[in-house]
Design a protein around this ligand. Structure first.
Ligand code: ADP
Ligand code: MG
Length: 275
């Protein structure tokens, strides 16, 4: 090896460029054989190092953001969900909504791809170098409640508020206690106009009072979460159940909109007649 090659080698060691170091010999021999121009050789060496690092960074960031298992827009079958405007989703993938600190709501019945789309946008954001975190509402509230008990609530709120994109999944599946609603409100307040959010829910906004067990808090939450917001409603069948459609009861198969919950059972009183 020439003294110049040796110097490149030790520079790569000093610069901590292990992948470039690994491919150095091969690249130099390609250069000698005339298979690569000098410019191409330089590009190939740097690109090997850069793409290896980027790959590793993205892998770590996706795990930290809790975006695994990975979902992508490429793997989303838009033909299965004709109510969904593909162009609108693709425009969201440009990530301008993050820069504008907007809130994106995905609403729809179970299995219609709300979490898939939210995750896919999160993955795109991570690739673009944004700080992302995904969590189900129940887990988020549990984490905040635990932090509060341990006297670390401010710190925890700051952790979630610091993300460029916070994905809160599964709003409406589990009822929220009053303390929980209050904690979520504090988070939304901390995050308001600072960074963006994606929220997914199987319930309409009119039901938030019921979900959060408090109409005043629900109104205050919606006031902030609908201020700079994009609402995407998916009306369609469950992708999970697609191969069992014939076995499903009609009301599940043709789940064309966010069905209101069944009316609460009244004990000891006959149901009111429709007027
Ligand atoms: P939701 O959050 O609305 O209940 P999910 O996003 O979790 O539904 O979707 C359920 C499963 O079906 C996931 O594995 C998801 O990747 C897949 N899925 C849903 N819709 C589609 C679609 N249109 N194309 C491809 N996969 C889909
Ligand atoms: Mg989901």
């Amino acid at each position: 090896m020439s003294s110049l090659s040796k110097r490149i080698q030790s520079s790569l060691v000093g610069l901590k460029m292990p992948r470039a170091l690994e491919v150095l010999d091969h690249t130099l021999s390609q250069l000698e054989q005339g298979e690569l121009t000098a410019l191409e050789a330089l590009d190939s060496l740097l690109n090997e190092e850069y793409s290896t690092r980027e790959g590793r960074r993205i892998g770590v960031a996706l795990t930290t953001a809790r975006l695994t298992p990975i979902k992508t827009l490429e793997s989303f079958d838009f033909t299965f969900q004709p109510s969904l405007d593909r162009d609108r989703i693709m425009a969201l993938a440009e990530l301008e909504f993050i820069t504008r600190n907007e809130v994106v709501h995905f609403l729809g019945p179970p299995g219609t791809g709300k979490s898939h789309l939210a995750t896919a946008l999160g993955v795109a954001a991570v690739k673009a170098g944004k700080r992302v975190y995904r969590i189900a509402l129940a887990d988020l509230i549990e984490a905040l409640a635990k932090a509060e008990k341990e006297g670390r609530l401010t710190e925890k709120l700051r952790f979630f508020a610091r993300t460029s994109l916070l994905i809160v999944d599964e709003i409406g599946y589990l009822p929220i206690t009053n303390g929980g609603a209050n904690l979520f409100f504090q988070l939304v307040n901390a995050k308001y106009e600072k960074g963006s959010m994606i929220l997914t829910s199987n319930r309409g906004f009119a039901e938030w009072g019921e979900i959060f067990g408090d109409r005043v808090i629900a109104t205050a939450l919606l006031d902030r979460l609908l201020h700079h917001a994009v609402v995407i409603q998916i009306e369609g069948a469950s992708y999970r159940l697609r191969s069992h459609a014939d076995l499903m009861p009609e009301h599940v198969r043709a789940n064309a909109s966010i069905a209101p919950p069944p009316p609460p059972k009244r004990r000891g009183r006959p149901p009111k007649k429709e007027s």
